[in-house]
Write a new protein. Structure first.
Ligand SMILES: [Zn+2]
Length: 268
């Protein structure tokens, strides 16, 4: 029903309506407990988010279950987006060095920020999927055949994409190919705390089965602790940044970051 209504509303109008709604919603939640670094606003609480699907709890998929104080009421940044911001701000020079950046399936809050920065040559691509209508702002892309030269980018951000891709090894090798030597990428995925080995089942084709098996209708696997090995196989050096194990200059509680969520950063 929701997607039928979306189809009737022109894209530009949908964006305007959502913008107006977000302004009102952000205003209603104004307060001092939480801070969103993307829209630079403070809130008394954030919106809840996540899904209540049994396999998410059974396999302890980090950052996927239903939780309070997850979504910024003003710009819709998620806890995982705010972790990305924290990393970019405190562990990289992305806010002041000249950088060519490739952003795959861009998160709205991060796209607005990065695309506005004059030091960044910003390229984004997304695979159009039913249900992601309002994010249809960028060029279509097949991540298993990236239409760019070898070593074209200093930085790649590709979060929560690989769990949708059947041949993720090919996608990871393509990301490696287009990254410059000395470059780095953030490659977040939903990951199980308890699975040693990634769970896949190629017979799970229909959305209902995928939701039951993997926790979302369009996921094709649940990554386990061997995700790191999959990245290393392509040639990447993998480093994880845990919010509670790293030192940060800002108050993590205010950002409402999930303390269990490691940020996967790869280097070439
Ligand atoms: Zn925000």
């Amino acid at each position: 029903m929701k997607s039928a209504i979306k189809k009737l509303i022109p894209f530009w109008l949908g964006r305007k309506l959502r913008g107006a709604y977000q302004k009102v919603s952000g205003f209603l939640y104004t307060g001092g407990s939480y801070y969103c670094p993307y829209c630079k606003k403070s809130f008394r609480k954030l919106l809840p988010g996540g899904s209540d699907i049994p396999v998410i709890y059974e396999k302890q998929i980090i950052g996927a279950g239903y939780r309070q104080n997850n979504v910024c009421p003003r710009c819709y940044s998620l806890d995982r987006d705010r972790l990305v911001y924290l990393f970019l701000q405190e562990k990289t020079t992305i806010f002041n060095s000249p950088i060519t950046l490739f952003h795959v399936a861009p998160e709205g809050c991060l796209r607005v920020l990065l695309a506005s920065m004059s030091n960044i040559t910003y390229v984004a691509g997304v695979k159009y999927l039913e249900g992601y209508y309002y994010e249809r702002l960028t060029d279509l892309l097949d991540i298993t055949s990236i239409p760019f030269d070898n070593e074209a980018f200093d930085v790649i951000i590709c979060n929560h994409v690989l769990e949708h891709i059947q041949d993720d090894a090919l996608a990871i090798s393509e990301l490696y190919r287009v990254l410059k030597p000395g470059g780095w990428a953030i490659l977040q995925v939903p990951i199980s705390k308890i699975l040693e080995t990634t769970f896949e089942d190629p017979t799970a084709i229909d959305p209902e089965t995928r939701e039951r098996f993997f926790g979302q209708f369009d996921h094709v696997r649940i990554y386990g602790q061997d995700y790191k090995n999959r990245l290393e196989k392509a040639g990447f050096i993998v480093k994880t940044y845990n919010p509670t194990k790293e030192k940060w200059a800002v108050n993590l509680d205010q950002l409402a970051i999930n303390p269990e969520e490691d940020l996967y950063v790869v280097y070439k």
